[in-house]
Write a protein that binds this ligand. Structure first.
Ligand SMILES: *Cc1c(COP(=O)(O)O)cnc(C)c1O
Length: 446
């Protein structure tokens, strides 16, 4: 459930007409609903409440400070995968003792930053990382709290680019090799290893792979305990799927997911850590874009919009489906046209929807790409020298810009000519007229 509904014929985010945001801030623009974010967190937290699990929001799904803050206010911890996300979580007010640091390639600086921040746990993904963490901790005169991320070798039955739990994936340590590594870690004075972590993939649309992975974790914990290791935290990762609109059947609910955890692991008396990302923020965000042209091709009709794959990469990267709806509610009985919704980028993969029935639109209309709150803004780039889109948060009747639209001047400001090239006279980047033209969205700024 979300809080994006038609009100008197126009789509609104909570009580704010999307149109008002587009007119004030320009397009493309991401719009987040606070009420939806909060609802998703509460539903998930309630489902896992009796497990006593710590819910650590996976910041990589959406690292906007306001989004992280909204969840931190409700008691969420954070799962971070870089030094940048660690800082984001701390700035957003997530207490360090509720932060888990994951990721397959943490640098020495990132490990040191995590230790000095006092994070709850560092999930180690290889033996060389374990040795480095030991050294870094010893140099700082402390013991790093760590868990080993194991790869349970289960098929998550999701898109291959977001599967992480197969032995052919780069993530974690083969679960059969894990006992050896726990034994090595036990001899490292800079490591306090007392947990097991898994994360098998993202956008899982059935519970079965979770069940399989959790049972492997259960077996592993039994083995490790028999070897004399004390295992008291289990980090079960994230990955629960959400409806984008093209699924075959109903998706598992947080209650189903909690039941699988309870069945496999509740009697192990471990502190559980859960890392939902997409589930908390996906449906809480939309991407608002304006139609630039409707181009009648010989084979297809193209609706060319001012958002592109640099703003929302999921369709290009994962063949992902997103519902697209007109901002103006279509009249009853209107006959849809089958169109391709595409962005302006010079790539064929810059396509948000192919052969999609859509109510007829004309240039200037607004379209809303639904379920764009997760892995949307956080994956955006400035490909084609397109400045990053603005992000807006809504709460009730109010809205606020929570990330300003980037400008072309911002893009140029960090670039330099080497000293052996003179600037073309008389322009310098700051004075170049190109810095003003930006995208049509920027033109619409007040
Ligand atoms: C990406 C990721 C998550 C979140 O995954 P979702 O599918 O967004 O829930 C959780 N844990 C780890 C280690 C991750 O890499």
């Amino acid at each position: 459930m979300d809080h994006f509904d038609y009100r008197a014929g126009y789509l609104a985010a909570e009580n704010v007409p999307i149109r008002r945001i587009a007119e004030t801030v320009g397009t493309p623009v991401y719009v987040y609903s606070t009420a939806t974010l909060e609802r998703h967190f509460r539903v998930f937290a309630a489902a896992v409440a009796d497990l006593g699990a710590l819910v650590c929001y996976a910041v990589k799904a959406n690292g906007n400070l306001a989004v992280v803050r909204a969840l931190a206010r409700l008691g969420a911890g954070a799962d971070v995968v870089s030094g940048g996300e660690l800082q984001t979580a701390l700035v957003a007010g997530v207490p360090a003792e509720r932060i888990v640091f994951s990721g397959v390639g943490k640098s020495e600086e990132e490990l040191a930053a995590a230790i000095s921040a006092g994070v709850m746990q560092i999930n180690v993904e290889s033996e060389p990382e374990l040795r480095l963490l030991n050294q870094v901790a010893l140099a700082m005169g402390c013991r790093a709290p760590a868990a080993i991320r194991v790869n349970p070798d289960v098929d998550a039955h999701t898109h291959e680019k977001i599967s992480t739990g197969l032995s052919e994936n780069k993530f974690g340590i083969d679960w059969t090799a894990a006992p050896r590594l726990y034994a090595r870690a036990a001899a490292m004075p800079g490591i306090r290893l007392n947990g097991v972590a898994v994360h098998i993939g993202s956008q899982l649309t059935c519970v079965e792979p979770f069940r399989e992975a959790f049972h492997r974790v259960r077996d592993l914990v039994a083995m490790l305990r028999a070897d004399g290791h004390s295992i008291d935290t289990l980090d079960l990762g994230g990955g629960l799927g959400i409806p984008y609109g093209n699924e075959d059947g109903p998706l598992p609910s947080p209650v189903d997911y909690a039941a699988a955890i309870r069945h496999a692991l509740a009697d192990l008396r471990c502190q559980l850590i859960l890392e939902p990302g997409r589930l908390l923020v996906g449906n809480a965000g939309v991407l608002v874009t304006r139609v630039l042209y409707v181009k009648e091709g010989t084979a297809r009709t193209f609706v060319i919009v001012d958002a592109a794959m640099n703003d929302l990469m999921r369709p290009a990267l994962y063949d992902a489906f997103h519902h697209i709806v007109p901002e103006r509610q279509p009249a009853c009985g209107v006959v849809p046209r089958v169109v391709d919704v595409v962005g302006p980028i010079c790539e064929t993969s810059d396509t948000f929807a192919a052969e999609r029935p859509l109510p007829p639109v004309v240039a200037g209309d607004l379209l809303v790409i639904r379920t764009a709150g997760a892995y949307g803004a956080s994956m955006a780039s400035s490909y084609n020298a397109r400045p990053l889109a603005a992000e807006v948060m809504v709460s009730g009747d109010a809205f606020a810009v929570v990330r300003e639209r980037e400008t072309v001047a911002d893009l140029l400001a960090r670039q330099h000519l080497p000293p052996w090239f003179e600037w073309p006279t008389p322009a310098t980047p700051a004075a170049t007229p190109v810095a003003k033209s930006a995208t049509s969205g920027a033109d619409a700024q007040p």
